[in-house]
Design a protein around this ligand. Structure first.
Ligand code: 13P
Length: 253
């Protein structure tokens, strides 16, 4: 059985004080929901403060990015060594990093390998742009992104994969449950071909892109979807709590 996972990607939002206040609003309700793994990914500068606040809570922390070297002359970067004590997950290859910060497949592959080396679980993001979708190339693009990101990765070590179609991110236009399930099913098949059936059955695959408390049920009901990577709606305590609650109810474990 794959434990459902809901991750909140706060992106470049919240000061440290705001981040702490937001977690306080969520913590009590989220702590009561035991059968869903909950991960919050705040900006780097809030990780230490939040790690302190949630140390007695089952909520886990994730970073939104990291560099792939352990330390050295890389001004402005954050390394897996620095994150290791603070968080269990790290988002890698988000489309905003690919788009605005020129992250290539090679960089993403190096980051996945570095995260695993330091015992941090990657939340690896893949997804096609609108033109790829309209040209019917979704499966090809996602398969290529996965192959590159996981090149020379012998063991997935708890890696989570998030399918985030770029056209659905921050647009209010989510994929349908069926569309997401179809592509996520293909991702599982690709994992079978890269590893084996057992690895594919154990890896958790998320959907991301305009997930809200109104459409989460549509995704969680699907057979292949194990949770969601939530952007905007994760910044609103009530919405995020509702998303986690609905996930718990539908998964019913
Ligand atoms: P939205 O939920 O705001 O569309 O963002 C999705 C996302 O990019 C999560 O990583």
């Amino acid at each position: 059985m794959r434990k459902p996972l809901i991750a909140g990607n706060w992106k470049m939002n919240t000061t440290v004080d705001e981040a702490v206040a937001l977690v306080y609003k969520m913590i009590e309700s989220l702590d009561k929901i035991r059968n869903v793994e909950k991960v919050i990914c705040p900006p780097f500068i809030s990780l230490a403060a939040l790690a302190e606040r949630i140390k007695d809570s089952p909520i886990k922390l994730g970073a939104q990015n990291m560099y792939f070297e352990g330390k050295g002359a890389y001004t402005g970067e954050i390394s897996p060594l620095m994150l290791d004590d603070l968080c269990q997950f790290v988002i890698i290859g988000h489309s905003e990093r690919r788009q605005y910060f020129n992250e290539t497949d090679e960089i993403i592959n190096n980051k996945v390998k570095a995260a695993l080396k330091y015992g941090i679980k990657p939340i690896l993001c893949v997804g096609e742009k609108l033109e790829g979708n309209e040209a019917g190339k979704t499966a090809k693009i996602v398969s290529q992104q996965l192959g590159s990101a996981l090149a020379d990765v012998d063991s997935l070590g708890g890696t989570v994969i998030a399918y985030e179609p770029v056209w659905a991110i921050g647009t209010g236009r989510s994929a349908t449950g069926e569309q997401a399930n179809e592509t996520i099913g293909l991702i599982r098949l690709k994992i079978t071909s890269l590893y084996d059936e057992e690895v594919a059955q154990n890896v958790r695959l998320l959907y991301g892109g305009s997930v809200t408390d109104e459409n989460i049920a549509e995704f969680i009901k699907q057979t292949e979807i194990d949770g969601a990577l939530v952007g905007g709606a994760s910044l609103k305590a009530e919405q995020f709590i509702s998303i986690v609650k609905q996930t718990a109810e539908i998964s019913g474990s």
